[in-house]
Design a binder for this molecule. Structure first.
Ligand code: SF4
Ligand code: MG
Length: 321
């Protein structure tokens, strides 16, 4: 089948400790609240939404870097949630993560060679010569000179450091990579170089990406399909071109209306949402977007809209029922 990863009803709730003497029931922060998604082999699925919508937690939960509260994650049929720690450690070679801030995710006391050796040493029995060859080739793969492997992260520019982060993610030949805001910390001029590198690597190595970003123009550039999250839920999922041409969900419409349009004919009226994103510890009833939705009705307050399929698109909104 062409599905690499099947995610069903993925949920991550963080319990809130009950305050002493409080009559309030202890609740939960619903960081991820029932996300279902099939990811095809070789595609890039973009995940967008405002900060706190659960995009990063979704990415981490898929890799079990945070333990899901509920749901299913199948990677080519393997039930990832059923793996014991040792099995998971081995399975992790298939699934890696590239982080937003390469500086924070690279140990400053280690040379790039040590950083790249570490996953190879822990997962593979590999001789010294082979190890050195592998590191040279990883450096070249991400466009860095192998001669610079003896340098420390602080001796590289931001873009070069992110190349090191990508090389580290590639060390064990993964097939799926969660990229969590991988270019958000970089200058705009450097962003496109790193995005182009990631696209080339995808082609060369047959990678599948989950690409998390708050930046719609970045997601538009890199993604085949885009999922929009709001308060821990997927509210819309569509092929990139179709979503940008005609967003369906009122939240997606508002997000997109805020992006500057290169084509003046495509100019959209800016939709300004009232209020802030509600707390995921206490989400609104019914459609969680109803407190900010410009077209909400009584029904929206009472009834949760399911994510329904219309052709090759999915949307969770009563307008389309
Ligand atoms: Fe707006 Fe109702 Fe649709 Fe929610 S279900 S997005 S509140 S119209
Ligand atoms: Mg985040």
């Amino acid at each position: 089948s062409d599905v690499l990863l099947e995610i069903r009803n993925l949920t991550k709730h963080y319990p809130i400790r009950k305050k002493m003497f409080s009559r309030q029931p202890a609740g939960a922060v619903r960081a991820v609240d029932g996300v279902s998604l099939s990811i095809k082999r070789g595609e890039t699925i973009g995940i967008v939404g405002e900060s706190g919508c659960g995009k990063s937690t979704t990415g981490r939960a898929v890799l079990r870097l945070v333990e899901p509260t509920a749901g299913e994650i199948r990677f080519e049929g393997t039930d990832i949630r059923a793996l014991n720690p040792e099995q998971l450690r081995k399975f992790r070679t298939n699934m890696q993560m590239v982080f937003q801030d390469p500086y924070a995710s690279l140990d400053p006391r280690w040379t790039v060679r040590q950083i790249l050796e570490e996953p190879l040493r822990t997962h593979e029995t590999i001789g010294q010569k082979e190890l050195e060859d592998r590191i040279d080739s990883l450096m070249e793969t991400v466009g860095l000179s192998p001669y610079h492997a003896s340098r420390f992260p602080h001796e590289f520019s931001g873009g070069q450091r992110q190349r090191v982060g990508i090389a580290r993610a590639l060390a064990l030949n993964p097939r799926f990579i969660v990229c969590d805001e991988p270019v958000s910390a970089l200058d705009v001029s450097i962003q496109s170089q790193v995005l182009n590198l990631m696209q080339d690597l995808q082609q060369q190595l047959g990678l599948t990406y989950m690409f998390i970003s708050h930046d719609l123009s970045v997601v538009r550039f890199i993604s085949d399909r885009v999922g929009v999250m709001y308060l821990g839920k997927l509210v819309e999922l569509a092929p990139t071109a179709e979503m940008f041409a005609e967003p369906l969900h009122p939240y997606t419409k508002a997000l997109m209306s805020a992006v500057p349009q290169p084509d003046p004919d495509a100019l959209r009226d800016r939709i300004v949402l009232k209020g802030d994103v509600p707390s995921p510890a206490n989400p609104p009833s019914g459609c969680a977007f109803h407190t900010r939705c410009p077209v909400a009705t009584e029904r929206c307050r009472a009834e949760l809209p399911e994510l329904k399929t219309y052709g090759n698109r999915q949307v969770a909104c009563h307008l389309y029922a």
